[in-house]
Design a protein around this ligand. Structure first.
Ligand code: DX5
Ligand code: ZN
Length: 224
């Protein structure tokens, strides 16, 4: 995978999991002003992952604070009953895990039938082969570069090869799919993910953990 086939300007999606929860509306407005491309919202159920975050009503409340696409990452199982509520709350993309239901093919069709983008998420232990039969049903593939459940974890370098192989798969299939990475993305790991073929960087701590969000976002976009 050569760097030439990576997009020059990766999209940046701040994860509000690392934002100040006492002023979430302002935090969404702040990254919007600072050049973010999408807002990433992590939904955790305390069952699929060992943490609980927030639900559709909070997504709906934040919807009034920005026009940026809401990239809703569902870490819940079963996921099917929650697809419509999150779409109605204002999700523009819904991403589900391979393991989040028995019939992921149907779930992805359901998301698209709601008129929004469908995404599939691969945990570090999930092989790329898990998505070969559903690649035509997705607009986004998200490679987790940490085990899902918490912000602020260390980037798993073992996932770089999976990102490269996925980029190759997209090239072979001649599909223009977003290749997102999530977990431990910072100024050091972002260039590695981009070189491997990622074109969407999701970052919590590396943006909300900094004072100057605009500077943090620009730093993540810089590939050299
Ligand atoms: C983890 C979440 C991530 C998390 C990233 O389960 O999916 O989106 O917020 O946080 P950082 O960038 O701090 O690793
Ligand atoms: Zn996430």
């Amino acid at each position: 995978m050569s760097i030439a086939s990576s997009p020059l300007r990766p999209l940046i999606a701040p994860s509000i999991l690392a934002a100040d929860f006492t002023k979430l509306g302002e935090e969404v407005e702040a990254v919007t002003r600072s050049g973010a491309d999408w807002i990433h919202l992590d939904i955790m159920d305390g069952h699929f992952v060992p943490n609980i975050s927030f639900g559709p009503s909070l997504v709906q409340a934040l919807r009034t604070k920005t026009n940026l696409p809401f990239d809703v990452h569902l870490m819940i199982n079963p996921v099917d009953p929650y697809l419509k509520p999150f779409a109605q709350a204002g999700a523009n993309h819904i991403l589900i895990h391979v393991e989040a239901g028995y019939h992921i093919h149907r779930s992805l069709e359901h998301i698209r039938s709601l008129g929004i983008k469908a995404g599939i998420v691969l945990c570090p232990a999930t092989p790329l082969e898990a998505i070969t039969e559903i690649i035509d049903l997705v607009d986004i593939v998200l490679i987790m570069t940490v085990n899902p459940g918490f912000g602020g974890q260390k980037f798993l370098y073992s996932q770089l090869s999976k990102i490269s192989r996925l980029r190759h798969m997209f090239t072979q299939a001649n599909r223009n799919i977003y290749l997102a990475v999530d977990g431990g993305i910072d100024e050091t790991t972002a260039p590695l993910a981009i070189q491997a073929g990622a074109n969407v960087l999701i970052a919590g701590s590396a943006i909300y953990g900094k004072k100057d969000y605009a500077k943090a976002i620009t730093a993540l976009r810089t590939t050299t």
